[in-house]
Design a protein around this ligand. Structure first.
Ligand code: PLP
Length: 378
């Protein structure tokens, strides 16, 4: 009965695609720690502002832990809605300049919940080929007709929208692509959605905290605040904690409370986590947040000397061959830098890569060391 599992595992091993869980022991922050007995600087975390170990977030979590129960004990619709999550949602809505916001246990859950609530069999869904797996899974679960356009190809989006006769059309895109680090052409996509009557849902997972004057994301950066039907983003990356938000008009948020199954059928998030998220929001929208973004921009400028195309804090170095990518990653690790290899099926065949992610929490010396080692590769 389990022969297929053994065969599949063997197949993965033979093609260098087998993944293993490795213990990483952080040195207080996610950005430095020990892996396989070696001390490394971590260039693979999504803690883009280094908030994962910020004293204010820790203090907020501890204060909430002392005041409230450890767990939320029930789903939000039963007894799991406490003041800690209400406050967080109000703060999120104000930050995103939208009427209302809803907190989800993770970004994965948020995308699944949003898409299955909005789309049905009669919906045409338009997805970028490089959209995150959680968007694709939500689309599949929704049973909508799925149209996947070439990465960032606005001409193809237009062709597909023009052909669609569905009453409900929805375009979903990451604003920053997690494995490529490039930015979606949002002004053009917003325009196409308006012209063809499509709803736009954006995933700001990698932009939240990092772009825009108050860190609200790429939509804020491009002056498109409020132009998407719904905006989701995560608290798990630059904001350093866990969970996700979706922001939009009050009626749609009320609808999600009633229809998003990954919101309804799950226990609410512990109060201490919500309190830490709220503290992270205070920081990203304050002058301290802007200082951290400035630091991150400086790191990115340093990397541009090696990778001139780097648009964001996520910088892929495409190696192509899976085995060679793994070896380069191991070589870097032996020299004290953790840059994990990203392999198919996370990225298309033949595009295995090292994915560098920079953080404001890295020191200029650490970034200089990364640059020097990358230079020695070429
Ligand atoms: C674009 C994008 N959306 C959603 C998610 C899921 O977020 P979470 O890790 O909070 O589940 C991720 C990453 O994990 C992502 O890269």
């Amino acid at each position: 009965m389990t022969d297929f599992i053994s065969k599949e595992l063997q197949n993965l091993s033979e093609t260098d695609l087998k993944r293993n869980l490795r213990e990483f022991i952080p040195d207080g922050s996610a950005l430095r720690g020990t892996i396989d007995g070696r001390r490394v600087v971590n260039f693979s975390s999504n803690s883009y502002l280094g908030l994962d170990s910020h004293p204010a977030l820790k203090k907020a979590a501890i204060t909430a832990l002392e005041k409230w129960p450890v767990g939320a004990s029930a789903s939000r619709l039963i007894t799991g809605t406490g003041p800690w999550v209400r406050e967080l949602e109000e703060k999120t809505a104000a930050w995103k300049k939208r009427e209302a916001a809803l907190y989800f246990g993770s970004g994965y859950l948020a995308n699944i919940g949003i898409i299955t609530a909005l789309a049905d069999r009669d919906t045409d869904l338009f997805l970028d080929r490089f959209n995150h797996a959680s968007i694709v899974d939500g689309a599949i679960l929704s049973r909508a007709r799925l149209h996947r356009y070439a990465h960032n190809d606005t001409k193809e989006i237009e062709r597909l929208l023009a052909r669609s006769t569905a009453a409900r059309k929805i375009v979903v895109t990451d604003t920053i692509f997690s494995m490529d680090g490039d930015i979606a052409p949002m002004p053009e996509i917003v325009d196409l959605c308006e012209r063809y009557g499509a709803l736009l849902v954006v995933d700001e997972a990698h932009a939240s905290g990092v772009f825009g004057k108050s860190g609200a994301g790429i939509m804020e950066l491009y002056g498109l605040t409020g132009k998407a039907f719904l905006e989701m983003g995560t608290f798990s990356k630059a904001l350093g904690v866990s969970g996700a938000y979706v922001a939009g008009d009050r009626k749609t948020i009320e609808y999600l409370v009633n229809r998003a199954r990954s919101f309804i059928y799950t226990t609410a998030t512990p109060p201490m986590v919500c309190a830490a998220c709220a503290s992270a929001l205070d920081i990203v929208s304050s002058p301290e947040g802007e200082d951290l973004r400035e630091r991150l921009r400086n790191h990115r400028s340093a990397l541009r000397a090696i990778v001139p195309t780097a648009m964001t804090q996520i910088i892929p170095i495409i190696v192509g061959d899976t085995d060679a990518t793994v070896r380069r990653s191991e070589d870097l690790r032996d020299k004290g830098l953790l840059v994990m290899p990203i392999r198919p099926p996370t990225v298309p065949q033949g595009t295995a890569r090292l994915r560098i992610s920079l953080s404001a929490g890295h020191s200029p010396e650490e970034v200089a060391m990364l640059c020097a080692l990358l230079r020695s590769f070429s």
